[in-house]
Design a binder for this molecule. Sequence first.
Ligand SMILES: Nc1ncnc2c1ncn2[C@@H]1O[C@H](COP(=O)(O)OP(=O)(O)O)[C@@H](O)[C@H]1O
Ligand SMILES: [Mg+2]
Length: 336
Amino acid sequence: MNPPLISVQNLTVEIKTGRGLLKAIRGVSFDVNPGDAIGIVGESGSGKSITLKAILDLLPTNARVTGGKIFINGQDVSALKPKARRALLSENCAMIFQDAIAALNPVIKIGDQIAEVPRYRLGKSEEESKNIALTLMAKVGITDGESRYDLYPHQLSGGLRQRVAIAIALSGDPKILFCDEPTTALDVTIQAQVLRLLKELRENSGLGIVFVTHDLAVVNELCDDIKVMYAGKLVETGTVENVFTRPTHPYTFSLLKAAPDPDKAVHRLFTISGEAPNLTQPVTACPFAPRCFAASDQCQSSEPELLPMAQSMSACFHSENHVNWASEDSQKSVAR
Ligand SMILES: Nc1ncnc2c1ncn2[C@@H]1O[C@H](COP(=O)(O)OP(=O)(O)O)[C@@H](O)[C@H]1O
Ligand SMILES: [Mg+2]
C-alpha cells in the first residue's frame, strides 16, 4: 500500500513569547491520503495555522517543532537536510493562505507568476507554460485570461488576486493542497466556484486537501473528515457526517449549536463565551472545562485523551453522554 500523502504524528510546537514559552501545538496527529479532504476548525488561536506552518516548514523564527514526526509521501521530513526538505515540499505541497495578496509579487505580471513553476521547475517551454497559465486562469474563474495575463497584481480586485494565488498554488501540480481560510475574502459566488474546482481536483486528480476554515458550511460542502482543534490539540475527529449529526465533544456541540442541521449553511463558527487557557502554563485539567456545559469535578483531575467514541474520536471524560446533550436541560446550561 502507498504511504499517506502526509502523516503528522504527535506533533508539538513551542513558541517563544514575551509571556513565556507557549506550548502552541500539543500532540496533533492526522493522515491525508490521495483524494482526502480534511477540514480543520476551531476558534482563533487554537493552533490551526501553526500546524500548517510546521508541516510546510514556514514557522516564524520564534517557533520550533519540539516533538513528533512529519512524513511526506512516506519520507521523514526531519531526516532531510534543508535543501532536500524544500525540494520534497515544493514537489508535493502547495498552499493558499488568507493573505494571498501578500504572496504575490507586485512587479511581475500575473500570467508570468502563474507560468513560473511550469516554466522553471517543471521545465516546460515558454509557450506550454503560458498555455498552462491560461488554462489555470480559466479554471479558477479569471475570465478573459488573454487580456488579463499582462496585468500586475495591483490592477486586480482582491477576489481576483486571491484567484491568482490559487492558480499559482495549483501550477506545480501539487499532490496536496493546504488552505488556510482561503475563501474568507471571496464573495459567495467566487467561493462556490473555488470550492467546485477543489472538489473536481480531488475527485479527478486525487488531490489531497487540508482546509482550515471558520466556515462550517464550507467543511460540509468540501470535506469528508473534520478535525476540531482546541488549545493546541485535536478534541474531536471523525467524518463530517458523524461529527455534524452526533458531536461527541461539548466544544464541537457548542460550535454546531447554531447549525444542528448540517444542510443549513452557517457561515461562521458559533462563538462560545470565555477564553481558552494560557498555554504558557502547564495543562493539568481539561482545558475546555471552564467553558463547558458538561464539566464536572473529574474534568479537573487531568486532561482527557482523544479516544474512540461512537463513530468518532473525542477528548472528553463525559463524551458517552453526548446523546443527551441536545435535551432541554443541556441547552439551558449551554446558554448559561
Ligand atoms: N509569531 C508568533 N509569535 C507568538 N505567538 C504566536 C505567533 N504565531 C502564533 N502564535 C500563537 O500561537 C497560538 C496558535 O496560533 P495560530 O496557529 O495562528 O492560531 P489559529 O490559526 O488557530 O487562529 C496562538 O496562541 C497564537 O497567539
Ligand atoms: Mg490562523
